[in-house]
Design a protein around this ligand. Structure first.
Ligand code: NAD
Length: 295
Protein backbone atom coordinates (compact mmCIF):
# COMPACT_ATOMS: atom_id res chain seq x y z
CA UNK A 1 0.00 0.00 0.00
CA UNK A 2 1.13 3.53 -0.80
CA UNK A 3 2.64 5.76 1.82
CA UNK A 4 0.07 8.26 3.03
CA UNK A 5 0.62 11.92 3.90
CA UNK A 6 -2.00 13.23 6.35
CA UNK A 7 -2.20 17.00 6.81
CA UNK A 8 -4.42 18.58 9.50
CA UNK A 9 -4.57 16.62 12.76
CA UNK A 10 -7.29 18.51 14.65
CA UNK A 11 -10.46 17.25 16.33
CA UNK A 12 -11.28 15.18 13.23
CA UNK A 13 -8.00 14.66 11.38
CA UNK A 14 -6.16 13.49 14.52
CA UNK A 15 -8.34 10.46 15.22
CA UNK A 16 -8.75 9.72 11.48
CA UNK A 17 -4.98 9.57 11.00
CA UNK A 18 -4.69 7.50 14.16
CA UNK A 19 -7.08 4.91 12.71
CA UNK A 20 -4.92 4.64 9.59
CA UNK A 21 -1.80 4.08 11.72
CA UNK A 22 -3.60 1.55 13.93
CA UNK A 23 -4.74 -0.38 10.85
CA UNK A 24 -1.19 -0.72 9.59
CA UNK A 25 -0.89 2.09 7.04
CA UNK A 26 2.40 4.02 6.80
CA UNK A 27 1.49 7.62 7.61
CA UNK A 28 3.57 10.80 7.47
CA UNK A 29 1.68 13.42 9.44
CA UNK A 30 1.82 17.21 9.61
CA UNK A 31 -0.05 19.90 11.54
CA UNK A 32 0.86 23.46 12.49
CA UNK A 33 0.17 22.42 16.09
CA UNK A 34 3.18 20.68 17.66
CA UNK A 35 0.88 19.13 20.27
CA UNK A 36 -1.36 17.52 17.62
CA UNK A 37 1.72 16.24 15.77
CA UNK A 38 3.24 14.76 18.94
CA UNK A 39 0.09 12.68 19.55
CA UNK A 40 0.36 11.09 16.11
CA UNK A 41 4.10 10.54 16.45
CA UNK A 42 3.51 8.73 19.76
CA UNK A 43 1.08 6.40 17.94
CA UNK A 44 3.64 5.50 15.24
CA UNK A 45 3.21 8.06 12.46
CA UNK A 46 6.25 9.84 11.03
CA UNK A 47 6.09 13.44 12.26
CA UNK A 48 6.90 15.70 9.30
CA UNK A 49 8.53 19.12 9.59
CA UNK A 50 6.25 20.66 6.94
CA UNK A 51 3.49 19.74 4.51
CA UNK A 52 6.12 19.36 1.80
CA UNK A 53 8.14 17.03 4.01
CA UNK A 54 4.98 14.99 4.76
CA UNK A 55 4.21 14.35 1.08
CA UNK A 56 7.76 13.17 0.30
CA UNK A 57 7.37 9.64 -1.12
CA UNK A 58 3.59 9.59 -0.58
CA UNK A 59 1.26 8.11 -3.19
CA UNK A 60 -1.82 9.47 -1.44
CA UNK A 61 -2.27 12.83 0.28
CA UNK A 62 -5.17 13.34 2.70
CA UNK A 63 -6.07 16.75 4.13
CA UNK A 64 -8.48 17.67 6.94
CA UNK A 65 -8.34 21.45 7.34
CA UNK A 66 -10.75 24.04 8.76
CA UNK A 67 -11.96 25.87 5.62
CA UNK A 68 -11.55 26.56 1.90
CA UNK A 69 -8.82 29.17 2.33
CA UNK A 70 -6.62 26.63 4.16
CA UNK A 71 -7.16 24.01 1.45
CA UNK A 72 -6.44 26.58 -1.24
CA UNK A 73 -3.23 27.71 0.50
CA UNK A 74 -2.04 24.14 1.05
CA UNK A 75 -2.47 23.05 -2.54
CA UNK A 76 -2.65 26.09 -4.81
CA UNK A 77 -0.94 28.86 -2.81
CA UNK A 78 2.46 30.38 -3.52
CA UNK A 79 4.16 27.47 -1.73
CA UNK A 80 1.33 25.04 -2.57
CA UNK A 81 1.83 21.31 -3.05
CA UNK A 82 0.42 21.18 -6.59
CA UNK A 83 3.34 21.37 -8.95
CA UNK A 84 5.51 19.58 -6.40
CA UNK A 85 3.61 16.28 -6.22
CA UNK A 86 4.47 13.61 -8.83
CA UNK A 87 1.86 13.13 -11.56
CA UNK A 88 -0.72 10.48 -10.68
CA UNK A 89 -0.69 11.21 -6.94
CA UNK A 90 -4.16 10.81 -5.44
CA UNK A 91 -5.23 13.81 -3.33
CA UNK A 92 -8.21 13.37 -0.99
CA UNK A 93 -9.53 16.49 0.73
CA UNK A 94 -11.85 15.60 3.63
CA UNK A 95 -12.37 19.20 4.82
CA UNK A 96 -15.82 20.76 4.45
CA UNK A 97 -15.46 23.57 1.89
CA UNK A 98 -17.61 25.21 -0.81
CA UNK A 99 -18.41 22.94 -3.75
CA UNK A 100 -17.18 25.69 -6.08
CA UNK A 101 -13.82 25.78 -4.24
CA UNK A 102 -13.60 21.97 -4.39
CA UNK A 103 -14.17 22.05 -8.17
CA UNK A 104 -11.58 24.81 -8.64
CA UNK A 105 -8.94 22.93 -6.60
CA UNK A 106 -9.76 19.68 -8.45
CA UNK A 107 -9.32 21.44 -11.81
CA UNK A 108 -5.97 22.84 -10.63
CA UNK A 109 -4.96 19.30 -9.61
CA UNK A 110 -5.96 17.84 -12.99
CA UNK A 111 -4.01 20.58 -14.79
CA UNK A 112 -0.79 19.23 -13.27
CA UNK A 113 -1.63 15.54 -13.75
CA UNK A 114 -2.93 14.79 -10.24
CA UNK A 115 -6.15 13.02 -9.27
CA UNK A 116 -8.45 14.61 -6.70
CA UNK A 117 -11.46 13.59 -4.63
CA UNK A 118 -13.55 15.78 -2.33
CA UNK A 119 -14.47 13.47 0.55
CA UNK A 120 -16.10 15.46 3.37
CA UNK A 121 -17.28 13.43 6.33
CA UNK A 122 -20.21 13.16 8.68
CA UNK A 123 -20.29 11.50 12.08
CA UNK A 124 -18.51 13.96 14.34
CA UNK A 125 -15.50 13.43 16.57
CA UNK A 126 -17.01 10.27 18.05
CA UNK A 127 -17.33 8.79 14.55
CA UNK A 128 -13.76 9.86 13.72
CA UNK A 129 -12.43 8.14 16.87
CA UNK A 130 -14.49 4.97 16.35
CA UNK A 131 -13.66 4.75 12.62
CA UNK A 132 -17.36 4.89 11.72
CA UNK A 133 -17.47 8.10 9.67
CA UNK A 134 -19.64 8.55 6.61
CA UNK A 135 -17.59 9.70 3.59
CA UNK A 136 -19.46 11.69 0.95
CA UNK A 137 -17.29 11.58 -2.12
CA UNK A 138 -17.11 13.68 -5.28
CA UNK A 139 -14.80 12.76 -8.17
CA UNK A 140 -13.99 9.91 -10.55
CA UNK A 141 -15.32 6.45 -9.67
CA UNK A 142 -11.89 4.86 -10.39
CA UNK A 143 -10.16 7.24 -7.96
CA UNK A 144 -12.76 6.44 -5.30
CA UNK A 145 -12.08 2.72 -5.79
CA UNK A 146 -8.37 3.31 -5.15
CA UNK A 147 -9.21 5.38 -2.07
CA UNK A 148 -11.77 2.91 -0.73
CA UNK A 149 -9.44 0.80 1.51
CA UNK A 150 -8.21 3.99 3.19
CA UNK A 151 -11.69 5.40 3.62
CA UNK A 152 -12.85 2.03 5.00
CA UNK A 153 -10.10 2.23 7.62
CA UNK A 154 -11.62 5.50 8.86
CA UNK A 155 -15.31 5.10 8.11
CA UNK A 156 -18.26 2.77 7.78
CA UNK A 157 -20.38 4.28 5.00
CA UNK A 158 -18.93 5.53 1.72
CA UNK A 159 -21.15 7.32 -0.79
CA UNK A 160 -20.26 8.46 -4.29
CA UNK A 161 -22.31 11.65 -4.71
CA UNK A 162 -21.12 12.49 -8.26
CA UNK A 163 -18.30 14.44 -9.90
CA UNK A 164 -15.88 16.83 -8.15
CA UNK A 165 -17.76 19.13 -5.78
CA UNK A 166 -20.81 16.84 -5.48
CA UNK A 167 -19.51 15.47 -2.16
CA UNK A 168 -19.40 19.00 -0.78
CA UNK A 169 -22.89 19.85 -2.05
CA UNK A 170 -24.37 16.77 -0.37
CA UNK A 171 -22.42 17.46 2.84
CA UNK A 172 -23.63 21.05 3.00
CA UNK A 173 -27.28 19.99 2.56
CA UNK A 174 -26.80 17.55 5.45
CA UNK A 175 -25.16 20.12 7.70
CA UNK A 176 -27.78 22.77 6.99
CA UNK A 177 -30.35 20.23 8.17
CA UNK A 178 -28.19 19.43 11.23
CA UNK A 179 -27.90 23.12 12.21
CA UNK A 180 -31.68 23.49 11.94
CA UNK A 181 -32.26 20.28 13.94
CA UNK A 182 -29.82 21.23 16.71
CA UNK A 183 -31.32 24.71 17.11
CA UNK A 184 -34.85 23.26 17.08
CA UNK A 185 -33.95 20.55 19.59
CA UNK A 186 -32.34 23.08 21.95
CA UNK A 187 -35.37 25.38 21.65
CA UNK A 188 -37.81 22.55 22.46
CA UNK A 189 -35.76 21.27 25.43
CA UNK A 190 -35.44 24.80 26.85
CA UNK A 191 -39.21 25.28 26.55
CA UNK A 192 -39.90 22.02 28.38
CA UNK A 193 -37.43 22.68 31.19
CA UNK A 194 -38.75 26.22 31.65
CA UNK A 195 -42.13 24.60 32.19
CA UNK A 196 -40.93 22.19 34.86
CA UNK A 197 -39.84 19.13 32.86
CA UNK A 198 -36.68 17.14 33.56
CA UNK A 199 -34.41 17.45 30.46
CA UNK A 200 -33.51 13.74 30.60
CA UNK A 201 -37.14 12.64 30.82
CA UNK A 202 -38.13 15.03 28.03
CA UNK A 203 -35.23 13.78 25.87
CA UNK A 204 -36.28 10.16 26.47
CA UNK A 205 -39.84 11.03 25.44
CA UNK A 206 -38.76 12.88 22.30
CA UNK A 207 -36.33 10.09 21.36
CA UNK A 208 -39.27 7.68 21.17
CA UNK A 209 -41.76 10.16 19.67
CA UNK A 210 -42.18 11.99 16.39
CA UNK A 211 -39.62 14.68 17.29
CA UNK A 212 -36.89 12.02 17.34
CA UNK A 213 -33.68 13.13 15.63
CA UNK A 214 -29.87 12.69 15.77
CA UNK A 215 -29.37 15.75 18.02
CA UNK A 216 -31.79 14.67 20.75
CA UNK A 217 -30.93 10.99 20.56
CA UNK A 218 -27.16 10.87 20.05
CA UNK A 219 -25.75 14.37 20.64
CA UNK A 220 -28.02 15.84 23.27
CA UNK A 221 -27.35 19.56 23.86
CA UNK A 222 -28.45 19.56 27.52
CA UNK A 223 -25.48 19.08 29.94
CA UNK A 224 -25.67 15.80 31.85
CA UNK A 225 -28.36 14.13 29.74
CA UNK A 226 -25.85 12.13 27.71
CA UNK A 227 -22.56 11.22 29.35
CA UNK A 228 -20.47 11.19 26.14
CA UNK A 229 -21.94 14.24 24.42
CA UNK A 230 -19.88 17.49 24.28
CA UNK A 231 -22.62 19.18 26.37
CA UNK A 232 -21.51 17.03 29.33
CA UNK A 233 -17.90 18.19 29.04
CA UNK A 234 -18.56 21.93 28.92
CA UNK A 235 -19.11 21.79 25.12
CA UNK A 236 -15.47 20.89 24.42
CA UNK A 237 -13.95 18.51 21.85
CA UNK A 238 -16.80 18.35 19.34
CA UNK A 239 -17.79 20.36 16.27
CA UNK A 240 -17.13 24.02 16.97
CA UNK A 241 -19.95 26.57 16.59
CA UNK A 242 -17.72 28.62 14.27
CA UNK A 243 -17.44 25.61 11.95
CA UNK A 244 -21.21 25.14 11.97
CA UNK A 245 -21.55 28.84 11.15
CA UNK A 246 -19.11 28.32 8.27
CA UNK A 247 -21.20 25.41 6.93
CA UNK A 248 -24.48 27.33 7.22
CA UNK A 249 -22.81 30.18 5.32
CA UNK A 250 -21.75 27.71 2.59
CA UNK A 251 -25.34 26.43 2.40
CA UNK A 252 -26.65 29.98 2.10
CA UNK A 253 -24.13 30.84 -0.62
CA UNK A 254 -25.14 27.67 -2.51
CA UNK A 255 -28.82 28.65 -2.15
CA UNK A 256 -28.13 32.15 -3.49
CA UNK A 257 -26.16 30.76 -6.43
CA UNK A 258 -28.92 28.32 -7.35
CA UNK A 259 -31.89 30.60 -6.50
CA UNK A 260 -33.13 28.10 -3.89
CA UNK A 261 -35.29 29.18 -0.94
CA UNK A 262 -33.70 28.11 2.39
CA UNK A 263 -35.47 30.19 5.07
CA UNK A 264 -34.88 27.65 7.85
CA UNK A 265 -31.18 27.44 6.97
CA UNK A 266 -30.91 31.24 6.95
CA UNK A 267 -32.50 31.46 10.38
CA UNK A 268 -30.15 28.81 11.76
CA UNK A 269 -27.19 30.72 10.26
CA UNK A 270 -28.45 33.89 11.92
CA UNK A 271 -28.70 32.12 15.32
CA UNK A 272 -25.15 30.77 15.04
CA UNK A 273 -23.90 34.20 13.90
CA UNK A 274 -25.30 35.70 17.13
CA UNK A 275 -23.92 32.82 19.18
CA UNK A 276 -20.40 33.15 17.74
CA UNK A 277 -20.51 36.95 18.12
CA UNK A 278 -21.35 36.23 21.78
CA UNK A 279 -17.90 34.59 22.16
CA UNK A 280 -19.12 30.97 21.84
CA UNK A 281 -17.38 30.14 18.55
CA UNK A 282 -14.96 27.60 20.05
CA UNK A 283 -17.69 25.74 21.95
CA UNK A 284 -19.33 22.70 20.39
CA UNK A 285 -22.31 23.65 18.22
CA UNK A 286 -24.77 22.05 20.68
CA UNK A 287 -23.97 25.02 22.96
CA UNK A 288 -26.60 26.91 20.91
CA UNK A 289 -28.74 25.73 23.84
CA UNK A 290 -27.29 28.66 25.81
CA UNK A 291 -29.05 31.05 23.40
CA UNK A 292 -32.38 29.62 24.59
CA UNK A 293 -31.54 29.29 28.29
CA UNK A 294 -29.91 32.71 28.79
CA UNK A 295 -31.76 34.75 31.44
P1 NAD B 1 -9.83 21.66 13.92
O1 NAD B 1 -9.72 23.14 13.95
O2 NAD B 1 -9.92 20.89 15.19
O3 NAD B 1 -8.58 21.04 13.08
C1 NAD B 1 -7.98 21.64 11.98
C2 NAD B 1 -6.49 21.38 12.09
O4 NAD B 1 -5.86 21.87 10.89
C3 NAD B 1 -5.82 22.10 13.26
O5 NAD B 1 -5.13 21.16 14.05
C4 NAD B 1 -4.88 23.11 12.59
O6 NAD B 1 -3.70 23.31 13.33
C5 NAD B 1 -4.60 22.40 11.28
N1 NAD B 1 -4.12 23.28 10.20
C6 NAD B 1 -4.65 24.44 9.76
N2 NAD B 1 -3.94 24.91 8.71
C7 NAD B 1 -2.95 24.01 8.49
C8 NAD B 1 -1.88 23.91 7.55
N3 NAD B 1 -1.69 24.86 6.60
N4 NAD B 1 -1.04 22.86 7.61
C9 NAD B 1 -1.23 21.90 8.56
N5 NAD B 1 -2.21 21.92 9.48
C10 NAD B 1 -3.06 22.97 9.44
O7 NAD B 1 -11.09 21.34 12.98
P2 NAD B 1 -11.89 19.94 12.86
O8 NAD B 1 -13.03 19.94 13.82
O9 NAD B 1 -10.91 18.81 12.86
O10 NAD B 1 -12.55 20.13 11.41
C11 NAD B 1 -11.79 19.94 10.22
C12 NAD B 1 -12.76 19.95 9.04
O11 NAD B 1 -13.71 18.89 9.21
C13 NAD B 1 -13.57 21.25 8.89
O12 NAD B 1 -13.69 21.57 7.54
C14 NAD B 1 -14.91 20.89 9.50
O13 NAD B 1 -15.96 21.68 8.97
C15 NAD B 1 -15.02 19.42 9.13
N6 NAD B 1 -15.85 18.58 10.03
C16 NAD B 1 -15.74 18.67 11.38
C17 NAD B 1 -16.53 17.84 12.19
C18 NAD B 1 -16.46 17.89 13.70
O14 NAD B 1 -17.33 17.29 14.36
N7 NAD B 1 -15.45 18.52 14.29
C19 NAD B 1 -17.43 16.95 11.59
C20 NAD B 1 -17.48 16.86 10.22
C21 NAD B 1 -16.68 17.68 9.43
Amino acid sequence: MDNIAFIGLGNMGGPMALNLVNKGFKVSAFDLSAEALAKLAAAGARPAASALDAVHGAGVVISMLPAGKHVDALYCGEHGLFGKLPAGTLVIDCSTIAASDARRVANAAKAVGLRMLDAPVSGGTAGAAAGTLTFIVGGEEADLEQARPLLEAMGKNIFHAGGNGAGQTAKICNNMMLGILMAGTAEALALGVKNGLDPKVLSDIMSKSSGRNWAVELYNPWPGVMENAPASRAYSGGFMSELMLKDLGLAEATALDSHAATPMGSLARNLYETHVADGKGKLDFSSILQYFTAE
